[in-house]
Design a protein around this ligand. Sequence first.
Ligand code: DPP
Ligand code: ZN
Length: 874
Amino acid sequence: SRPVLLSDYRAPAWRIEHVELACDLDIDASEIRARLALRRNGAGAAPLRLDGEGLALRSINLDGRALEPGEYMLDAEGLTVPGARDGSVLETVVRVEPAKNTALEGLYLSGPRETGFLLTQCEAQGFRRITYCLDRPDVLARYTVTLRADRARFPVLLANGNPDGAGALPDGRHWARFVDPHPKPSYLFALVAGRLEHIERDYVTAEGRAVKLRIFAEADAIGRCGYALDALERAMRWDERVYGRNYDLDVFHIVATHDFNMGAMENKGLNIFNAKYLLADPDATTDDEYRQIEAVVAHEYFHNWTGNRVTCRDWFQLSLKEGLTVFREQSFSADMGSPALKRIEDVSTLRRAQFPEDAGPLAHAVRPAQYCEINNFYTATVYEKGAELVRMLAGRLGADGFRRGTDLYFARHDGQAVTVEDFLKALGDANGLDLMPYLDWYRQAGTPRVRAREVYDAATRSYALTLGQHTPPTPGQAQKRPLPIPLRVALFARDGRLLPLRLEGEAAAAGEERVLELTAAEQTFRFVDVPEPPLPSLLRGFSAPVIVESDEAPADLAFRLRHESDGYNRWDAGQRLAQLAFDAALRGGPGTALVAWCEALAALFDDAALDAALLAELLTPPSAVELGERCAELDPDAVHEARETLENSLAARLGAALEPRYRALHAQADGTLDAAAQARRRLKRRVLDLLCRHDPARGHASARLQFDGAHGMTDRLAALAALVRSGAREAGDALARYRRRYDGNALALDKWFALQAQVPAATALQRVQALMRDPAFTLRNPNRVYALLRSYAQGNPVGFHRADGAAYFWLVERLRELDAINPSVAARLATAFNGWRRLEPVRRRQAQQALAALAADAPRLSRDLADILERTLA
Ligand code: DPP
Ligand code: ZN
């Protein structure tokens, strides 16, 4: 279909001042009455054109008069009303069918029809599946929403804004009204109706507003909402303290659902959450999940200012709210835990998810210039790379300068729908700086490569660091411009000290760490007073989303792995060393890097002062996906073998030290959630994996005991994974027991599916096919689909990329089935083919044939899936 272009943006010809909705809700058919108070925007004469999809129009009135056929035009995408004028009021009544809505966009049913509840998802363009409207983010309206439904079947009725009355109706029905005083775009609309319980807490904002915080969930889940409520309160306090942002309604409502396409949604005053990111209890939730829940609760709350009060002019600006909000969420999580660890996790995610996207056929700019289907742009690039761009700006301005900038951004644009340019301008104006050069980062796709060359001159005691940058071409963008790249650097002396840094021309040294701004294709920075050839530490804290290409020798990397003072760079040195070891293993070359990696880690393993969680990360080589990115022609089996060499060599080197360490960690096991206990469990999981390699008999026995006696899900799942992944005799029994224990706990079962889908084996496909026949499997639930199918297709390269192509053809058939149910889930799953062009020739041919067979059906596919296919094959 025809793409939407950023360059075609025009301000809306019409505005809506007030949206009044009256919704008569029921499972099979709901009736939505909308009363729109319309204004012309500007002087144009364009007829009123409203968006609407899949709506059955029952009546239409303009200014109190029923319109005759011929006075309005209906088509598949909307409604045109030529008679509307400035000040007109348009009233429509439409009917929608929630129970038939399997795409989970618009109004739909979560759960079984007898007991489930109704809810909505509107971002990006779901509101047009609820009523006719101007469904674009630059049309902000005030909303008054009245919900009516059977009281026994739908005792709880919720919408955005503040409650404004409720009461009984004849025939066992009841009503509730909500008024949202803050004008908002339609994508932030939400309603919920059903049998829900809630927990609540009183909160008073720093400005003194009393707010009821409430979390709603079905009866079997309400006992698992307490942790999220605590996290919400922490997030609210943090935003007051760090950004001066206060909440602005009398209630803040959150609702949990098991049927959700996204992680969660920041609807004004009525956030809706995928249960996966809300429900927590010690018996079923891992440490990682606790941290994710805290982060997502904070993320959606932070949107209240970055996204809701200041929103996006158009969907090209999606990262304006998402990148900024992810950055805020990352900063919050860092403050709640360990900043160094958080940085490592975030960079690791970026490398696993965003770098491959940026290097493949779906590469797009953080602010894309065009799209066919906006649902396909909720990507790692828009979110995670977008957050890195905000981080660069924040680093450039410093904490105080960044706060001045965001204060001005909020003051200037509160209640507006704005652009990335507006954001850069506000940050710059508040600091007397021109930040517009950073706009290129938003417009240019691809991961820049930074190359460092160094020359030390003993005679002049000077050290010249020449930095070059280059960004490989991406689809539709052959030519790349140099970008402003801030590189935080330090120089190590050979004894591990940091050297004072003085650039040529400066009067004195200024600190031991500083930021070099690379703005040209190549630049040389000359340091003076350098007493010896230093060891550079570049890109500390991952100060820009780039790939540093260097020829650093294994011994130097090992040195930095031992001695780096920057937590991220220490981890990165280890990752680089592991990459060199991997490269050599793949070629069957000498093991210099492998030995250096193992020796350095063995030394760190004995370092009692090292944080256990950091040690766990240091002991983990890059994922198979990341390592595969290094290969010009990808053979996933060979990558797996080479990575196994790393794992097994490390296990052998640590050898006899593993079991005592495991026992010491296990002796301290408890169920508490404090950072030290979490760190111990993290290290224990890693040590157990290595022990299962080094001494399977003892490893399996330990895993079995840990599984049986686990204090919580982290230990239980780690033990199960160790048994299953190492092919232990006990694995089958443990899986069966887990399955029985958690029957009926959807989130725990998802982990059971995901764990098995990821076991790297030639037989993985049969296993996944068998799991699809499990009575708990369904293609209708996005979490379940992701747990089994995405874990397999994207998290199990060896199992999925079979040389015979069987898994490709199999996945294509599943995509067809899924597409008929839920296009946005199908499209997301289809991105598993992202790297097909780099596969070795045999697999590449198979993948191409499978994709081409599906693409041949494009006219019968959703726009979501067709768009991914077309770009993947282009
Ligand atoms: N719900 C998604 C998020 O918060 C989209 N806004 O990122
Ligand atoms: Zn978001």
